[in-house]
Design a protein around this ligand. Sequence first.
Ligand code: SF4
Length: 334
Amino acid sequence: MDTALDDTARGPAAEAAGPAVPPPAPAQQQVSGTPEVPGARAGEAGPAAGRPASLSPSRAADFMRCPLLYRFRVIDRLPEKPSPAATRGTVVHSVLERLFDVPAAERTPDRARALLPGEWEKLLAARPELAELFTGEDGIHEPERLAGWLAEAERLVERWFSLEDPTRLEPAERELFVETTLDSGLVLRGIVDRVDVAPTGEVRIVDYKTGKAPAPRYRDEALFQMTFYALVIRRLRGVVPRRLQLVYLGSGDVLTYDPTEAELQAVERKLRALWEAIALATETGDWRPRPTKLCGWCDHQALCPEFGGTPPPYPLPVLPVPRVPEAGAGPAGS
Ligand code: SF4
């Protein structure tokens, strides 16, 4: 299970909607899933195709991975199929969040496991289309598939107890929607899984991943999301978070990083450059595909030129590309 795909929580279509959209409901906001755009069919733009209005870690990562994928998700807002892994990520995140509702001594593996069916039912009620994950081609519900999926979710929840002890934690925030506007006007937004604040005032940002820890060469990519959140929290609270912590439930690893003010300034510069590149692509309509092995997980291969497809008509006005004067041609009459 790819970690980037697994834990993209708040779906691209939801994030693309811009600042007017309120934070997603808890059952859907964390991790996973790429909620479909109501009324859109595969291969068609959603009903509210539009300009990028803000940047989240997931969508920033999309643009860095493949600009055309970013366009499909943020501008065309194409629907994507729900996946069992992403949906499981959503449910597991909900369980870990809800567990802190009960007194510390009651935050046991049994209690966490008992929350799973209810959190799944809540998610299903909010997104009935997820039932198709456990429905055969004949349209008949397959309870054994659902049971296997829930059993894997149980294993992920149980593993968390070997990595952290919730009886000793009192999070300051859970599923915290954050938004800030940089001096450049760029709006950064996202949802932080957990914020812990020590009596000394030191802040720790924690993110759960239901996938496996990345190989060392992909570590920076994984930490990008966390430094993004660290930058937002620094602006909102006026302190550099002491620690960033990624908890990988798929492999039982914890990755930590202690950022510095200078590093957060570098992140801000990087995001500004990224936003300028996105703005240029938005104006020119020039969204290049960038194929990688992750294309295997892309829902939009059928529309991607790299796979013989044709993207839908670009839904935004395009600035005329400046013409390069031919060599030797001077101004008329000269
Ligand atoms: S298939 Fe690959 S190259 Fe094409 S849009 Fe998807 S991620 Fe980009």
